[in-house]
Design a protein around this ligand. Structure first.
Ligand code: ZN
Length: 232
C-alpha cells in the first residue's frame, strides 16, 4: 500500500473517532433540554392544580360567608316576629324565613360539593408534589451524568487531537489538503477502501481506468464521490 495512504489511514482513524465524539457531544444539550422541558411542564401542571385549589378555597369561603349572612337575617327576622301582632304579617314573615332557610340549604349543598372537591384536590396535589420532587431529583442526576459524559468526551477529543497532530507530519501536502477537505464535509469516509471495484464510501463501481490507477498505489479519487480510494 502507498505509504501516503497508510499515513492518511492512521490520521483518519483518529479523525473519525473525533467526529463520532463530536456527534455525541451535539446530542447532549438536546437531551438535557428535553429533561428540563419535561420538568418545566410538570411544574406548570403542579402550579395550575394549586391555582384550582386556591379558587375552590376562595369559593367555599364565599359560600360560608353567605350562610352566615343568611343565618343573621333569620335571627333578625325572628326577633322581629315577637313584636308582630297581626296574623298575616306573622305568616309572611315566617314564609320569608322559610325562603331564606331554603337558600341556606342550597349553600350547604354547594359547601359539601366544594369540600369534596377540595379534599380530592389536596390529595392530588400532595401526590403531584411527591412525584415532581422525585422527578426533579432524577432529572438533576441525569443532567449531572450528562455533564460528566460531556467532560469526559471533551478530554478524549483533546487527547485524540494531540495524537493526531503527531500523525500529520510526513504526509504529502497536497494529499493532506485533499484529505482535510473531504473530512470537513462531515460525512462519509475520506479515504475509502475499494472492494470488488466498488468504492466503500459511495458504494458505486469505479471505472476500470480509476481502479487500475488505484491498484498502482497512486493517490486516486473515486469517479463518483471524489473520495481518496485504495486497495487493501
Ligand atoms: Zn466513491
Amino acid at each position: 500500500m502507498n505509504v501516503q495512504i497508510e499515513k492518511l489511514l492512521a490520521l483518519q482513524e483518529q479523525d473519525l473517532k473525533i467526529r463520532a465524539m463530536k456527534t455525541r457531544l451535539e446530542t447532549i444539550p438536546i437531551e438535557t433540554g428535553k429533561i428540563t422541558a419535561q420538568i418545566e411542564a410538570d411544574k406548570a401542571n403542579f402550579a395550575a392544580q394549586k391555582e384550582i385549589l386556591m379558587a375552590e378555597e376562595l369559593e367555599i369561603k364565599k359560600v360560608e360567608a353567605s350562610i352566615k349572612e343568611k343565618d343573621e337575617q333569620i335571627r333578625k327576622l325572628q326577633s322581629q316576629s315577637s313584636m308582630i301582632r297581626k296574623n298575616d304579617e306573622y305568616r309572611s314573615l315566617m314564609n320569608e324565613i322559610e325562603g331564606i332557610r331554603k337558600q341556606i340549604g342550597d349553600f350547604e349543598t354547594q359547601q359539601l360539593v366544594l369540600m369534596d372537591k377540595i379534599s380530592e384536590n389536596k390529595s392530588k396535589i400532595k401526590d403531584l408534589e411527591a412525584r415532581l420532587k422525585a422527578k426533579e431529583k432524577q432529572a438533576d442526576e441525569e443532567i449531572k451524568d450528562m455533564h460528566d459524559i460531556e467532560a469526559k468526551i471533551n478530554a478524549e477529543i483533546s487527547r485524540l487531537k494531540s495524537e493526531r497532530e503527531k500523525l500529520s507530519p510526513g504526509i504529502d501536502r497536497i494529499a493532506l489538503k485533499l484529505y482535510e477537505r473531504l473530512l470537513a464535509k462531515g460525512t462519509g469516509i475520506p479515504v475509502a477502501e475499494v472492494k470488488d471495484s466498488i468504492c466503500s464510501n459511495c458504494h458505486l463501481k469505479l471505472t476500470p481506468h480509476t481502479a487500475n490507477q488505484a491498484r498502482k498505489d497512486l493517490i486516486v479519487q473515486c469517479d463518483n464521490c471524489s473520495h481518496i480510494i485504495y486497495f487493501q
